[in-house]
Ligand binder design. Structure first.
Ligand code: MLT
Length: 256
């Protein structure tokens, strides 16, 4: 069966997914800097689950129901403080480097970020929803190849209400790899746009991404600058973080 691939570039686009029939569609969500890179790192490092929620209040409510859960995420790129949340200090920010196995192994993390968790929730009715990053891109390609969906939406989380260059280049990289690795893959024009953007930058992808607004924001903060380099590691985690029907993201475990 041929896989028809589309790319959604902004929140205005992915917000319409809630009204669509996605029962025959896989969604791959990119928020390279940094939400899906964080989720990939956390799942690789043994987190039991990551629960993406849209608001700080939702996160706090879930934690009150489950006191062992950790609270993670960001607003304006920084860990959510008690001052911002009305009295609850979040345990973790949104740097993938914080989500070490010592810190997260066996833990469930409730996460809220500016765009990434919104994008993941918007896809909740899809046949399958994957958190993707450069860290696990090959694992994502192999998952799609084995599952062979008829339709694939690649969702770029963006920043606030705008497109994020790093997400588009990751989407283009995925389109390039799917075109090479799937038996049959048809790219919509939106996917061809992303693939051509990737091809234009592929000779030095890190350099291209360091010009992105999100990257420049992080590079200008000494405490967060190393996150850019971390999120630009390629294919180092062989994990597929899959959103379950209960709203929790867990490591996909192939049935024997
Ligand atoms: C987002 O969700 O927009 C990003 O993850 C923001 C960040 O990590 O700084």
């Amino acid at each position: 069966m041929s896989c028809f691939v589309e790319v959604l570039f902004t929140p205005a686009e992915f917000n319409t997914l809630r009204q669509q029939d996605l029962t025959q569609t896989f969604c791959v969500v990119f928020d390279i800097l940094r939400a899906t890179s964080v989720i990939t790192a956390a799942i690789h490092n043994g987190a039991a689950a990551v629960i993406p929620v849209e608001t700080i209040n939702e996160a706090i409510h879930l934690r009150r129901q489950n006191p062992d859960h950790l609270l993670g995420g960001e607003r304006n790129g920084l860990r959510i403080s008690a001052e911002l949340s009305g009295g609850v200090e979040f345990n973790l920010g949104n740097s993938p480097r914080e989500y070490s196995s010592e810190r997260v192994h066996g833990k469930t993390i409730v996460s809220t970020t500016t765009n990434g968790t919104r994008a993941l929730r918007a896809c909740a009715n899809a046949q399958a929803v994957l958190a993707a990053s450069f860290l696990n891109l090959n694992a994502v390609v192999e998952f799609v190849r084995h599952q062979s969906p008829g339709r694939l939406n690649i969702v770029c989380a963006g920043t606030h209400e705008d497109t994020a260059l790093e997400d588009v280049l990751a989407a283009g990289n995925l389109c390039e790899r799917l075109s090479a690795r799937l038996q049959s893959c048809e790219l919509a024009d939106s996917a061809e746009v992303a693939r051509r953007a990737y091809r234009h930058s592929m000779d030095d992808l890190p350099a291209a991404i360091r010009t992105a607004a999100n990257a420049r924001r992080l590079l200008n903060n000494p405490a967060l600058a190393d996150d850019v380099q971390f999120c630009l590691q390629f294919d180092c985690y062989d994990v597929v973080p899959l959103l379950g029907k209960d709203g929790a993201i867990r490591k996909f475990l192939p049935t024997a």
